[in-house]
Design a protein around this ligand. Structure first.
Ligand SMILES: Nc1ncnc2c1ncn2[C@@H]1O[C@H](COP(=O)(O)OP(=O)(O)O)[C@@H](O)[C@H]1O
Ligand SMILES: [Mg+2]
Length: 244
């Protein structure tokens, strides 16, 4: 069953078409990887899908419901959460408090928020940092906190914007295990933007390639990485990191 349908979305910034007529569908329980050079429009696309920006044209449907232009908290209430490429937790609050706020923002009650937050924190293996202030956290823990905040609203669809970036190779495998586990054991549908190709290859059922705001191609991971147009789009970029 199709859970997320994005149809013909476009967004321009002062004449620049950052996202240009992008369409795709995501089946419930599946994983879509989105790749593309820097500036291709990946983060803008997430902003359009998750409600941080309103598309100039096009529609977004979640579970058959038109959510185009709804603000982020209503998109979250409809079942879709996202992480931010640039993380911004409340610095003076603890991990537990940050995730509790996210639980309440997702409609959870104040009374049970801390219990629910503690469960999510265990889920993403952040237990040892639970009572620490977030301004002292290492990058890997901040990334997990970002994931925990997005999971706090119990989303059906999770949009992940470069959650592996900034992790050293030894930290990536456990992060990927966590994403696989979410999909396998909770049926969470994942859409993730990622530069680390080993992760894209391992996690994705299908891959969508954005270039200059447009869909260059979409298909099975093994086919997409062999596509000469995809290789061409990446020329001039930093070498694609194959480590995992
Ligand atoms: N708020 C904004 N105002 C103006 N231009 C923007 C804004 N957000 C993104 N852009 C531009 O849109 C293009 C796509 O950016 P972005 O979606 O961040 O790409 P990616 O995530 O693929 O690196 C870039 O040229 C970027 O400079
Ligand atoms: Mg981006």
């Amino acid at each position: 069953m199709t859970l997320l349908t994005v149809h013909g979305v476009s967004k321009s910034f002062r004449g620049l078409r950052a996202v240009d007529d992008v369409s795709f569908e995501v089946a419930e329980g599946s994983v879509l990887g989105i790749i593309g050079p820097n500036g291709a429009g990946k983060t803008t696309l997430f902003n359009l899908v998750a409600g941080a920006l309103t598309p100039d044209s096009g529609t977004v449907h979640l579970g058959g419901r038109d959510i185009t232009g709804l603000p982020p908290h209503r998109v979250a209430a409809a079942g879709m959460s996202r992480t931010f490429q640039l993380m911004k937790p409340f610095a003076s609050m603890s991990v537990l408090e940050n995730v509790s706020v996210a639980v309440m923002a997702g409609g959870g009650s104040r009374r049970t928020a801390r219990t629910a937050a503690a469960e999510v924190i265990e889920r993403v293996a952040l237990g040892r940092w639970r009572d620490s202030r977030t301004d002292g956290l290492p990058t890997a823990a901040l990334k997990r906190l970002e994931l925990a905040r997005a999971l706090a609203g119990r989303p059906r669809v999770l949009l992940l914007d470069e959650v592996l970036a900034g992790l050293v190779p030894a930290e990536r495998a456990p992060a990927m295990d966590l994403l696989e586990d979410l999909r396998a054991n909770e049926g969470t549908t994942l859409v993730f933007v990622e530069h680390i190709m080993a992760a894209v290859m391992r996690l994705s059922d299908s891959v969508l390639v954005l270039d200059l705001g447009r869909v260059l191609t979409t298909g099975r991971p093994a086919d997409v990485v062999r596509d000469p147009r995809v290789i061409e789009a990446y020329l001039g970029e930093e070498p694609v990191d194959a480590e995992a």
